[in-house]
Design a protein around this ligand. Structure first.
Ligand code: MN
Length: 566
């Protein structure tokens, strides 16, 4: 496959060639932790960007992405040598490098939004993703603590971001690369238990492949290719968590993939397969008529094949396949072709398909609170023109509307902080309470016990939540009784690695939190390493429940925990 070397050969004085020379020289005396020359890293990132079919500006910026942060080169120098666009991209990637995710307390979605807000031009995100992919591929060389942090950040921020951008393959690879660092024990268990199953499945599919070809041929459908897709370990693990760790229940451990030329052929193939092998009810998915929120398109079906074995089959065109693998980068390529090589990447957000994709992207995010209409509106103009992202002293990112003040910020964290606010600091400087916050501001609220909000705060606050809290506090004692109907019980669902006495330990933690246990169901599987406990308890307030969950999570046998009110 053609790579950066070919670009250099074809255009030895072009943008990419000059960026190559500049970066190689700038990193000349640096080594990576692995002992390799540092330049290997930006070069690898640029190769990845090239493989994603991105333009020369992006590839040049990929080569230069670490020069400002890690060498004597300045942004001005980059601007003079390579122009405004390259400098803008390098600057964006440098800024993204300053965000450090340490898990737990951080609002993950806000952080992802901040990544986008700081990016403005999506090509910044592509470079960051290429940078991260190469770093993950070479994570072995780093000290363990750093490996963990980078793997966690990759798993929770960058892989989901790639998935949202439709870059399915990349998202899967990032999750897989992070998995052994985050779950070393599970990784070993999984590899051991899956290997045999996996090989058996593969041998079976190889064996029935000619039969599938005959079936299709009888219906005058000629596939471009038929291959096999092994489920990734990381996604297999998450699927196992919701299937009680029972590998027998996973039908798509290895799926068959049929690539065709046209959409009618896809449906014809589906019909032909169903005539030969009966489909399992409820398992036929038409993601061509109804694409997934991230634009994924394909037909999926699960059938009972020869020897009564369950097979998952995915059917799609070559174009869908490429788009599924490369996501937005692939759309970007098509757009570039449409405009006859004249690129206008900053306008790409105006492409309908694209905006639609980002809209869906937001709508489906679990736990998203933002109104999709509002989100779309913000997207159209300038990713997040109407939002700002302020940071708490603990490093949480708080998402607020434009022109929000420290009072809005305070109420967003907790009503008590808002109610008792007497002063504020922004980036360590004292500011008035009606100060307008900007993205990236580090905000501290100074509080004083028993203070009450002032009526004139109502004039400058921007969020409805702050306004409501202020009004409520001003009304004070009036009508504090509310007639809300409350559920009476809650149920904790805990996926665990079995250990004698574990249930007792968990029960004790619950009891110590002053929560009553009303009933317990525990399922363990024969020969099973893992099981699920369902514990019904009396109800507690949200804060108490969250504290309890954190405590239970600390037990090393606990893999997943959730709760619902019943
Ligand atoms: Mn880098």
């Amino acid at each position: 496959m053609a790579g950066i070397k070919d670009i250099l050969k074809n255009d030895p004085r072009g943008l990419v060639a000059r960026a190559y020379g500049f970066s190689e020289l700038a990193h000349k005396d640096q080594k990576r932790k692995s002992g390799e020359a540092y330049f290997m890293h930006p070069l690898a990132a640029a190769e990845i960007l090239h493989a994603w079919h991105l333009d020369d500006t992006t590839i040049a910026a990929g080569l230069l992405h670490d020069t400002v942060e890690d060498t004597g080169a300045s942004l001005d120098q980059i601007r003079k040598e390579f122009g405004e666009d390259v400098a803008f991209l390098v600057d964006g990637v440098t800024k993204l490098g300053h965000i450090k995710y340490r898990g737990a307390a951080m609002k993950v979605e806000n952080l992802r939004k901040m990544v986008l807000a700081l990016s403005k031009d999506l090509r910044v995100v592509f470079i960051k993703l290429a940078d991260r992919l190469h770093n993950m591929r070479t994570l072995d060389a780093l000290p363990p603590a750093k490996q963990k942090r980078i793997a966690l950040e990759t798993d929770e921020i960058y892989a989901p971001l790639a998935y949202r951008l439709g870059m399915q393959n990349l998202a899967g690879e990032l999750h897989d690369l992070a998995f052994p660092y985050l779950y070393p024990e599970e990784d070993r268990w999984l590899k051991k238990s899956v290997e045999e199953q996996y090989e058996k499945r593969l041998a079976y599919l190889e064996q029935i492949k000619p039969e599938l070809e005959r079936i299709l041929k009888a219906h005058e459908v000629t596939p471009r290719t038929i291959d096999f897709r092994a489920k990734r370990y990381s996604s297999l693990y998450h699927k196992l968590l919701s299937h009680e760790m029972n590998i027998e229940k996973i039908h798509d451990l290895v799926a068959m993939r049929v690539i065709l030329d046209t959409v009618p052929e896809c449906y014809a193939a589906l019909g032909a397969i169903h005539q030969a092998w009966p489909p399992l009810p409820g398992r036929i998915k038409d993601y061509i008529a109804m694409p997934k929120p991230n634009s994924y398109r394909s037909l999926h079906t699960t059938v009972i094949g020869p020897g009564e074995k369950v097979i998952e089959i995915q059917i799609r065109t070559k174009e869908m396949h490429d788009a599924n693998e490369h996501g937005i980068a692939a759309h970007w390529l098509y757009d570039q072709k449409k405009t006859g090589g004249e690129t206008a990447p900053k306008n790409i957000a105006r492409e309908l398909q694209w905006v639609e994709q980002l809209k869906n992207w937001q709508e489906t995010y679990r736990g998203a609170e933002t109104n999709p209409e509002e989100f779309l509106q913000a997207m159209k103009i300038d990713f997040f023109k109407d939002r700002i992202f302020a940071i708490t002293p603990r490093g949480d990112v708080i998402d607020l509307p434009k022109d929000a003040t420290p009072i809005d910020f305070g109420y967003h964290i907790h009503s008590v902080i808002g109610d008792t606010a007497v002063g504020a600091k922004v980036n360590h400087q004292i500011v008035p309470l009606d100060h307008k916050l900007s993205s990236g501001d580090l905000v501290e609220i100074v509080t004083q016990k028993n203070k009450k909000p002032s009526e004139d705060w109502l004039i400058f606050v921007k969020t409805a939540a702050a306004r409501e809290h202020i009004r409520a506090a001003l009304r004070t004692k009036k009508n504090t009784l509310s007639a809300q109907r409350v559920p009476t019980k809650m149920e904790l669902k805990i996926t665990v690695q079995n250990r004698l006495g574990l249930l007792k330990d968990i029960s004790e933690i619950i009891a110590r939190s002053h929560i009553n246990i009303l009933g317990v169901n525990s399922t363990t599987h024969p020969g099973g390493h893992f099981g699920v406990m369902k514990i019904q308890c009396g109800i507690a307030d949200r804060e108490k429940i969250e504290k309890l969950i954190l405590k239970i999570k600390k037990l090393k046998e606990v893999r997943e925990i959730g709760f619902k009110l019943i």
